[in-house]
Design a protein around this ligand. Structure first.
Ligand SMILES: *[C@@H]1O[C@H](CO)[C@@H](O)[C@H](O)[C@H]1NC(C)=O
Ligand SMILES: *[C@@H]1O[C@H](CO)[C@@H](O)[C@H](O)[C@H]1NC(C)=O
Ligand SMILES: *[C@@H]1O[C@H](CO)[C@@H](O)[C@H](O)[C@H]1NC(C)=O
Length: 631
C-alpha cells in the first residue's frame, strides 16, 4: 500500500530529525566543552603538580609537603569600586568559584602537610571600619565590622571548608596537618605608616599572631609582618627617599607600628632555639644532656617573656640543623635589574615602586635587618607574595645562597593570565648528635628544599573559548535558519498530516477538518489499526473506547503521525470549532493551545532562528549552572 509506505517514511524521517537535530548536536558539543572548561582543565592542572611528578629525593624518603598560597585578595567593593552592579557581583562570583575549585582540588590531590598563606587574604581588608577606626576614604566608610566579619566567613568558606574535609593525620607530620594564614599583607593592614592600629589588632585577633616561628618539616619557618616593620624605614613616594620623616609625633605613631616586629626579630634566635628544642624533645624524644631549667611550652613568639639574659645556653640545640625559611608578604630588596627567571609572565624583574599603601620591595635597611637577626648562613629560602607574578632570585648581597621566590597570586583577577601556587617539598633528616652538639662550626644543611611552581588554569582563555563557541553556535543556527523554508515546512507538515489521516481526497479532508477532533482521531486509529498496527504503541482497541470513558492518564501515547498531523493546523481545529477537546486528557484548554502553537513549524525564518536558539541555549545554560554550582 503506497500510503502506508509514505507514512512509514514520513514518521521515520521526523524521528531521525528529532534525534540529531541541530540543537541536540550543539547541546552535546556544549556539554563536552563545559566539562572541559569547568572540570577537566582544573583537574589536569592540579594533577600535573602531583609531588611524585617533580620531586627528586632519594628513594624511601618521606618529605614534608608545604603548599604556599599568595594573594587570594578576595574581590570586594574595594577592588573595582566603579564597576556597575551585575558585573561587580559576577566578578565576585567567578573569582570565588575559581578560588574554591582550584584550592579544593589542590587539597584533595596534593594533601599538603602544611598550607601557608603569604598575605593579602582580602583586597579591601584595611578599609573596613572597626569600632575605633574607619577608612580614610569616604566611599568605604559605610563598610564596618559587620562587613569584615562577613568577609572573614567568606574566606573561611573558600579556604577552610575543603581543608577540613581532608584527613587530619599525615605521614610526614605526626602533629597533624597545619594551616596558617597569619601573615598580613598591605591589603589586610595597610602599609607602614598607613596602618591603622585597630585594623591591625583585628587582623591579629582573627588570624594572628602576625609574627611567629614554627618548626615545619625540620625547618624553622619564620612569619614576619614586614608591612608593619616597614614603618621603620619607608620610601616616601613623593621624594623617593627613605626614612620615617622628621615629625616627632609621626615618628612615635609609626614606632608603635614597627616596634613589636623589631622586638620580635631581636628575640628571634632565642624563640627559634626554643622551638627547635621543643620539637626535639616532644617529637623525637631526644633527651638533652644539659639540665634544663626552662621548658618551653609554646612555640609561639608573641608569648615570649622579655629575656635580658642570654638564653642560648639554656637551649643548647643547634638551630643551624633546622634551616630557616622566611615568609614575608613584601619581597626583600633587590636591584631593579635582578632577573626573575623564565617563569615570570610580565617583564623580567619586579619594578621598584612605591605609592599609597604599597611598596613593591622592602628597603635595603629593612631587608638587612631581617637577615642579620636570623643569621644569614642559616637562612635557606625566603618566600614572598604581593607581586602577583612569579619571581625567583638569589640574594648575592648576603652570605649563603639565600634564594627568594615570590609566589604567584592564586586568583585570576590579579593581572596575570595563569594564577599559581608554590609547592615546597622539605627533606632534612636531622641527626641527634648534630642537633644536640651546639657546635658553632656546624654548617646548615643545603639542598633540603625542592620547589615547584604549580600553574592553575587560565580562566580568561576559558571564557574566550566559550565566547568563540557561542559565536560558532550562533553562526550554525543562522545558517540553518537561512536554509529553512517556512512555506515548504508548513505545507510539508500539512502533507504529512493528510497522509497520516489516510483520507487523501479533498472532500474527506474538508469533512475531517470540520469534524470533532476527538471523533476524527478515533476514526483514524480505529480504522487504520488493522493495516499498520506495528507503528502503534498503544494497546489495540483503545480507539474504540468512547471518549467519555477514558481516564486522564496520558500514558498510551498517540501514533506519532497523528501528533504531526495536528500540528499542521495553524490553530487546532477543535479550537476553531469551539468544541470541548476530550482528547487532551483534561489538560487546560489554554495550555493545550500553547503546546500546539509551540510545535508548529515557525512561519518565518526569524521565528525559526529564535526557536532554535531557545532550544539550544536553555539546556546549555542549565548544564552550565549545574557545573558551576556543584564544584
Ligand atoms: C626530620 O628529622 C627526623 C629525625 O631525623 C626524621 O625522622 C624525619 O623524617 C625528618 N623529617 C623531614 C621531613 O625531614
Ligand atoms: C462534536 O461531537 C459531538 C458528539 O459526537 C457532536 O454533538 C458535535 O456536533 C460535534 N461537533 C462538530 C463541529 O462536529
Ligand atoms: C463520530 O464517530 C462515530 C463513530 O465512529 C460516528 O458514528 C459519528 O457519526 C461521528 N461523529 C461525527 C460528528 O463525526
Amino acid at each position: 500500500m503506497k500510503g502506508n509506505a509514505l507514512l512509514a517514511q514520513a514518521s521515520l524521517g521526523s524521528v531521525k530529525g528529532r534525534l540529531i537535530s541541530i540543537p541536540t548536536a550543539l547541546l552535546v558539543f556544549w556539554i563536552f566543552l563545559l566539562l572541559w572548561g569547568e572540570r577537566r582543565i582544573f583537574d589536569q592542572s592540579v594533577r600535573q603538580c602531583l609531588w611524585q611528578q617533580w620531586e627528586s629525593w632519594p628513594a624511601h624518603t618521606q618529605p614534608h609537603h608545604v603548599l604556599l598560597v599568595a594573594d587570594p585578595q578576595l574581590v570586594d567593593p574595594h577592588t573595582y569600586p566603579d564597576r556597575p552592579w551585575p558585573l561587580s557581583s559576577l566578578t565576585v562570583l567567578y573569582t570565588d568559584r575559581y578560588l574554591r575549585r582550584s584550592y579544593r582540588l589542590l587539597q584533595e590531590h596534593l594533601q599538603p602537610d602544611a598550607t601557608l598563606f603569604l598575605g593579602d587574604l582580602f583586597d579591601g581588608g584595611r578599609e573596613w571600619g572597626t569600632g575605633e577606626s574607619s577608612s580614610p576614604e569616604q566611599r568605604y566608610r559605610k563598610y564596618g565590622s559587620r562587613f569584615w566579619l562577613k568577609e572573614y566567613i567568606r574566606f573561611s568558606n573558600i579556604f577552610l571548608r575543603s581543608w577540613l574535609t581532608g584527613s587530619s593525620v599525615s605521614p610526614a607530620e605526626p602533629t597533624g596537618r597545619r594551616l596558617l594564614a597569619s601573615l598580613p599583607g598591605n591589603h589586610d593592614l595597610g602599609f607602614a605608616a598607613g596602618i591603622q592600629m585597630p585594623v591591625k589588632e583585628r587582623f591579629d585577633a582573627y588570624f594572628g599572631p602576625l609574627n611567629r616561628i614554627d618548626i615545619i618539616g625540620n625547618h624553622s619557618f619564620v612569619h614576619l609582618d614586614t608591612v608593619s616593620l616597614s614603618a621603620m624605614d619607608q620610601i616616601d613616594p613623593k621624594t623617593g627617599s627613605s626614612g620615617t620623616g622628621d615629625g616627632s609625633a609621626a615618628a612615635t605613631a609609626s614606632s608603635k607600628i614597627w616596634k613589636p616586629v623589631e622586638d620580635f626579630l631581636a628575640e628571634a634566635k632565642t624563640i627559634r632555639a626554643k622551638a627547635i628544642q621543643h620539637t626535639c624533645e616532644t617529637r623525637f624524644s631526644w633527651k638533652n644532656p644539659a639540665p634544663l631549667s626552662l621548658v618551653p611550652e609554646v612555640q609561639r613568639a608573641d608569648q615570649t617573656e622579655s629575656s635580658k639574659t642570654p638564653q642560648n645556653s639554656l637551649y643548647p640545640v643547634s638551630s643551624s640543623q633546622f634551616p630557616t625559611i622566611i615568609l614575608s608578604h613584601v619581597p626583600l630588596y633587590r636591584s631593579a635589574e635582578a632577573n626573575c627567571g623564565p617563569m615570570r609572565e610580565r617583564g623580567s624583574a619586579i619594578p621598584l615602586q612605591a605609592g599609597y599603601q604599597y611598596q613593591n620591595v622592602l628597603t635595603p635597611l629593612i631587608s638587612n635587618d631581617i637577615v642579620k637577626h636570623l643569621t644569614a648562613e642559616e637562612i635557606t629560602m625566603i618566600y614572598s607574595g604581593d607581586d602577583h607574578d612569579y619571581c625567583e632570585i638569589e640574594h648575592n648581597e648576603f652570605t649563603g645562597r639565600i634564594r627568594e621566590i615570590t609566589v604567584k597570586s592564586i586568583s585570576w583577577a590579579m593581572g596575570i593570565r595563569k594564577p599559581g601556587v608554590q609547592l615546597v617539598s622539605l627533606w632534612n633528616p636531622v641527626g641527634v648528635d648534630k642537633a644536640m652538639s651546639n657546635d658553632p662550626k656546624l654548617s646548615t644543611p643545603r639542598d633540603t628544599v625542592q620547589n615547584h611552581m604549580c600553574l592553575l588554569p587560565d580562566q580568561l582563555s576559558i571564557f574566550i573559548r566559550y565566547g568563540q563557541a557561542a559565536g560558532l553556535t550562533l553562526f550554525i543556527l543562522l545558517l540553518s535558519a537561512l536554509r529553512y523554508n517556512p512555506s515548504a515546512a508548513v505545507s510539508q507538515a500539512q502533507h504529512e498530516k493528510s497522509e497520516a489521516s489516510l483520507l487523501p481526497t479533498a472532500e474527506s479532508r474538508r469533512a475531517h477538518e470540520s469534524s470533532n477532533h476527538s471523533n476524527s482521531s478515533c476514526v483514524q486509529s480505529g480504522g487504520s489499526s488493522h493495516s499498520h498496527s506495528h507503528l502503534f504503541t498503544r494497546k489495540p482497541g483503545y480507539g474504540h473506547i468512547p471518549a467519555s470513558s477514558r481516564t486522564a492518564s496520558p500514558v498510551p501515547s498517540k501514533p506519532p503521525y497523528i501528533e504531526h498531523a495536528r500540528n499542521a493546523y495553524p490553530i487546532g481545529p477543535v479550537d476553531v470549532a469551539g468544541n470541548n477537546d476530550d482528547d487532551d486528557w483534561g489538560m487546560p484548554k489554554r495550555m493545550v493551545a500553547m503546546a500546539k502553537r509551540r510545535n508548529l513549524p515557525p512561519a518565518t525564518r526569524l521565528a525559526y532562528l529564535r526557536r532554535e536558539i531557545g532550544r539550544t541555549a536553555w539546556p546549555v545554560l542549565a548544564v552550565y549552572m549545574w557545573l558551576l554550582w556543584n564544584g
